[in-house]
Each structure stands twice: as structure tokens, then as C-alpha cells.
Design a protein around this ligand. Structure first.
Ligand code: ADP
Length: 576
């Protein structure tokens, strides 16, 4: 990391320096020479003016002597040319060379000086074979032209070797700087990143504050340390939660297991191992559960919908219920949790209870029938004794009540028995059912002065069911409606379709059911108003039979209060 960073710093600094050097070069090689030339030109002109003054004041004749002294004093090349262009004296040419010197009258600076008094040029000197700046001035007192020249090389070119040396020193400096910067930034970052994979333990003991690095890296290190501590706390919390969950699962006593999207067991408790076998983790659900209903329920839950199986008989012969729920917040890989509950004992007890009630009710029927016939015989024998008649009537009422209770108990026991499922089901017309029950209940409605009505309907809706069971349920609802309706009121029956279900309603104008009782009136022996003496014919089992009948047909029974008074009881069944 350090090497990479050093290399990066070096390359970027080198590029910066190279670009700066190029700019510098262009400035030096274009602007500086121009600047230098202008300065040299200016200096040359001033020296020329001074030299021209001196020459004009001199007596003339010994031009070479004057030229040599002027050259020595100014450092320039000094030439005196006659008005005809002939070189009369020059500080760098020997006297013998004058004869071979070209006619200088054609040189631009000389020609201009002869023409307008002053001339200037920058060009190559054919006599000295190098570049010069020339400045010439006419000295009319002696009819000559005085010219000063300065070699271009001296003034134009920047000190390239020095600049090169400076460049090399710059590269060396960059190398040192990149090394120091890399050490300052990359080393601490390297140490921090080496520590990150083991954030949960080694980071906490790391001397972050002792790092010799920039404050912002220290700050970053400090934040990482805090993050590590939080992370560790969370981890501990998660571990604790996991431990708690594990203990909870183990102590639950019910088999619980989770299944992932691939159908593999990911978690199970001891009870699940006891039921399905050891070493379940990682096994395929099909080899573990080995029950089509259970597997279908798991599939449904994997699709996002909870599935409940009321009764599943496993290979061991035991009866279980199972709740399969999707674990929705598990992201892209939803798991299914299966919780099972052993129903074997419950089912056994329920069956015993059912058998007991059925047998008990059956056994009571005969003595009750005997009591009833004895009471009737006694009533005939007693004659007009009022007290005897009162007692005998009371006996008769209680016997009838007991008989009704036994009938209802037997009816419930029948609905709960497995035999009920063997009874024949057939399509039943709602209209026919309502008409027939109305006729059957007229006998009871008339003495109570209650009018029974079937609301006319457009469609004849029908459903699949066991006629006697549903008829009995409807009779119970009508019976209640008649019982609780004040005399002179009417009870209405109606049917309609809603949400693919057939709804049969029985509406009365009785006292209604208080909201706090509504949830419980379908329970066995539950009475809404316990203080009120039960009406004639009440057993407390009527609505329990209604609900059971509806459930057996895949429907439900319910109640809704009228706005002011009265109730509506309904049975909802799947439409045919
Ligand atoms: P019961 O034989 O006592 O009528 P049910 O199971 O049929 O037993 O009814 C349970 C309770 O529900 C009743 O005791 C009564 O309080 C209430 N109930 C049932 N039907 C009606 C109704 N049509 N109007 C008012 N209350 C009713």
C-alpha cells in the first residue's frame, strides 16, 4: 500500500512539475529572450548615443584608437564606417581585414543611419559569423557612422544547465516528499485496514490514539473504534437473544423447526428431533416431514401465506395440528417456521366426552320417557286437586326441558362425531329451505303472535350440504327470533350472495344482543342476560348447534345488531 501510494504521489507530483517546467520553458524561450533583447537594445542605444557624442567631440583621424577605447569602456563591438560604406575602424577586426570587409553601406542599420540618422537591426554577422544586435548613428561632424554591436547569445539564452540541475533537484525533492507523505498517510491507513477484518476483537485493543498520523485519520480511526465497540455490543446482544430464543425453543415442549427456501431444515428444537428424528439440520423437508398435507402447508407458507392444518396424522399414529408461517423479514430468502402441537390426547378426550354425552343422553331418554308417562297418568288420576295439578305441571315442564336438552346434546354429539361426515350431502335450494322451515315454525310463531316472512328474492341460490343439519340450524335461529320477539312483531328470513357465499339471514325486532355478549353467544350454555329467566324452551345450546353446522359446511355463523333494536343472525355458506 505504501509503495503504491508513494508511486502515486511521485507520479502526480512529477506530472505537476513537468507541466510547470514546460510552462517555464515556454516563458523563458519566448517572453524572456524578447524581454532581454528589448533591454539590450535599450542599453545599446544609450551607449551608442554616449559614444556618438564622444566621437563627434574628438578631433578624428586615429579612428582605430578611439574605437578600441570605446570598446574597452563599453564592452560592445564598435565600428566606424565612412559615409561610402567603407569600414574605417573596428574593435574586433584586424586592420588587414578591413580591405576584405564587405561594403557596409548596404547593411540595414548603416543604410538607415545614413538616411535618417539612426538605424537598428538584429542579424547574423557575416564577418564574425554570429548573431548580433546592431545600433548605428550618423556622426555628421566627421561624415561617418558609428555602430555598436552586442552578441545575441550573451543576452538571450537562459541558463539551461542550471535549470536542468534545478529540475533534477526537484525530482529528488518529489521522491523524498512522496516517501514522507506515503508514510504519513498510507501507513496508518494500512494499519487500520489490516485491523478491520477482525473488527469485533483486535480493533478494540488497538492503540488508535497513539497513531502518528494526521488528525483526520485519527478521527477516522476513532470512529472505527467506536463503530467496533457498538458492533461488539450488538453482537453480544444478538448472541444473548439467540441464546434466549434457543432456550425458549427447547423449553417450549412443542416441535418447532424452520425450513429455508431450498427446503432444508435450518433450525429445530429437541421436541422436533424427538418427533422427526435426530440430526435434522440441513436435511430435506420431504425426508423429514413425510406428510403430504404438512408439505403442502409449508409450500403455502413459503409463498407468503400462513397455513394452518387442524389435524395431521403422522407416521407414529399421533394426531398433530401444525401452523406454518412465513418469516417475512428474512429478506430475499424467506424461511418457513413450523410449530406443531400434539392433539392426540385432546382428541382422545374429546371423543370420550362426546361418547359420554351421547351415551348419557341416550340412557336418560328412557327414564325421562317413563317419568313423563307416569306424570301424564298421575294427572289423569289426581282429578281437580289444584296443588297436585300445579306440581304435576311443573314436573311436566322440567321433563320437557330435560328432553329438549338431551335432544340438543345428542344433536351436538352427532355433529361432532366422525359419522356425521358420512351423511349424504346434496345441492340444497335456499328458497326451498327457507319456505320449509317457515312452514315448520308457523306452529310456534302463531301462539307467540309473531309473523314469519320470507323476503322475495330474484335468484334461487343453492349450496351443497346435509339438509337436516342446516334445516335444524335455521330452525334454531327462527326459534330464538320468535322467542325473543315481542308479540305482534315479525321475523324476516332472506338470502343473498356476497363474496361467493350464500348468506341466509334471520332478522327480528327483539331486544338485540349487547356488544359485550356478541362474541360469546355462540358458546355452549352461554346466555347474554343471566339475570333474565330463560325463555320457555331455552337450552343454551341452540346457537352452538348453528355455528357447528355452519363450520361443518365450510362456512360460518354470526350476528349483527340492528341500528336501534333487534338482531340479525346469519349463516354464510359456500355457494354452489
Ligand atoms: P337459548 O337456548 O338460551 O336461546 P342459544 O344458544 O340459542 O340459547 O342462545 C344463546 C343466547 O343468545 C341466548 O341466551 C340469548 O341471550 C341470546 N340470543 C339468541 N338469539 C337471540 C335473539 N334473536 N335476540 C336476542 N338475543 C338472542
Amino acid at each position: 500500500m505504501i509503495t503504491t501510494m508513494r508511486r502515486r504521489i511521485f507520479i502526480s507530483m512529477f506530472i505537476c512539475m513537468f507541466v510547470t517546467g514546460l510552462l517555464f520553458y515556454f516563458v523563458l524561450s519566448s517572453w524572456l529572450p524578447r524581454q532581454n533583447t528589448a533591454l539590450a537594445e535599450d542599453r545599446l542605444k544609450k551607449s551608442l548615443n554616449l559614444a556618438a557624442q564622444i566621437v563627434s567631440l574628438s578631433p578624428g583621424g586615429n579612428w582605430q584608437g578611439i574605437v578600441d577605447r570605446l570598446a574597452e569602456a563599453s564592452g560592445y563591438r564598435v565600428t566606424i564606417i565612412s559615409a561610402g560604406g567603407h569600414v574605417m575602424a573596428d574593435s574586433t577586426l584586424k586592420l588587414d581585414d578591413f580591405a576584405f570587409a564587405e561594403d557596409h553601406g548596404q547593411r540595414s542599420e548603416i543604410a538607415e543611419a545614413l538616411r535618417i540618422g539612426f538605424g537598428f537591426s538584429l542579424r547574423h554577422s557575416s564577418s564574425l559569423t554570429s548573431h548580433f544586435i546592431y545600433a548605428a548613428r550618423a556622426v555628421p561632424e566627421h561624415n561617418i557612422v558609428l555602430r555598436l554591436a552586442d552578441p545575441v547569445k550573451q543576452v538571450i539564452y537562459p541558463p539551461w544547465p542550471w535549470l536542468l540541475l534545478a529540475g533534477l533537484m526537484g525530482v529528488a525533492l518529489i521522491l523524498i516528499a512522496s516517501h514522507l507523505l506515503a508514510n504519513r498517510y498510507a501507513r496508518p491507513i494500512q494499519e487500520i485496514s489490516a485491523c478491520l477484518p477482525n473488527l469485533e476483537d483486535s480493533c478494540l485493543g488497538y492503540p488508535w490514539r497513539a497513531l502518528n498520523c494526521d488528525p483526520w485519520i485519527k478521527q477516522m480511526a476513532h470512529s472505527l473504534e467506536t463503530m467496533g465497540k457498538n458492533f461488539q455490543q450488538r453482537l453480544e446482544q444478538l448472541n444473548q437473544d439467540a441464546m434466549r430464543l434457543k432456550s425458549l425453543l427447547q423449553s417450549l415442549g412443542k416441535p418447532v423447526l424452520t425450513i429455508n427456501r431450498q427446503g432444508r431444515i435450518t433450525l429445530c428444537n429437541q421436541a422436533a428431533s424427538d418427533l422427526f428424528g435426530k440430526d435434522l439440520i440441513g436435511k430435506n423437508q420431504a425426508t423429514v416431514l413425510r406428510n403430504a398435507d404438512l408439505l403442502a402447508a409449508v409450500d403455502q407458507a413459503a409463498g407468503g401465506r400462513q397455513a394452518v392444518i387442524d389435524e395431521v396424522r403422522l407416521a407414529d399414529g399421533q394426531i398433530w395440528d401444525a401452523v406454518c408461517s412465513p418469516i417475512l423479514d428474512a429478506g430475499n430468502q424467506p424461511e418457513v417456521v413450523v410449530v406443531m402441537h400434539n392433539l392426540t390426547q385432546l382428541k382422545k378426550m374429546a371423543s370420550m366426552r362426546r361418547d359420554f354425552i351421547a351415551n348419557f343422553s341416550h340412557e336418560l331418554r328412557t327414564p325421562l320417557a317413563v317419568i313423563k308417562s307416569a306424570q301424564e297418568t298421575l294427572s289423569g288420576l289426581m282429578g281437580g286437586n289444584k296443588d297436585s295439578i300445579r306440581f304435576l305441571e311443573s314436573i311436566a315442564r322440567q321433563v320437557e326441558r330435560l328432553q329438549r336438552l338431551l335432544e340438543d346434546l345428542l344433536a351436538l354429539a352427532h355433529l361432532e362425531s366422525p359419522e356425521w361426515h358420512c351423511t349424504a350431502h346434496r345441492p340444497i335450494s335456499a328458497r326451498q329451505l327457507m319456505d320449509e322451515t317457515r312452514l315448520a315454525m308457523e306452529e310456534k310463531a302463531e301462539p307467540a303472535n309473531v309473523k314469519l316472512q320470507v323476503e322475495p328474492m330474484n335468484d334461487d341460490l343453492s349450496f351443497m350440504g346435509e339438509y337436516n343439519t342446516i334445516e335444524r340450524a335455521l330452525i334454531n335461529l327462527l326459534d330464538n327470533a320468535i322467542k325473543y320477539s315481542p308479540p305482534g312483531e315479525q321475523v324476516v328470513m332472506r338470502s343473498y350472495a356476497a363474496d361467493n357465499r350464500l348468506i341466509i339471514e334471520v332478522e327480528d325486532n327483539g331486544p338485540g344482543v349487547a356488544p359485550e355478549h356478541q362474541a360469546r353467544i355462540f358458546e355452549r350454555f352461554y346466555r347474554a342476560d343471566k339475570s333474565r329467566s330463560a325463555p320457555e324452551g331455552s337450552t343454551g345450546l341452540g346457537l352452538a348447534i348453528v355455528r357447528h353446522a355452519a363450520l361443518l359446511h365450510g362456512g360460518e355463523a354470526g350476528h349483527k345488531n340492528q341500528n336501534e333494536s333487534g338482531s340479525i343472525f346469519f349463516i354464510a355458506l359456500p355457494l354452489l
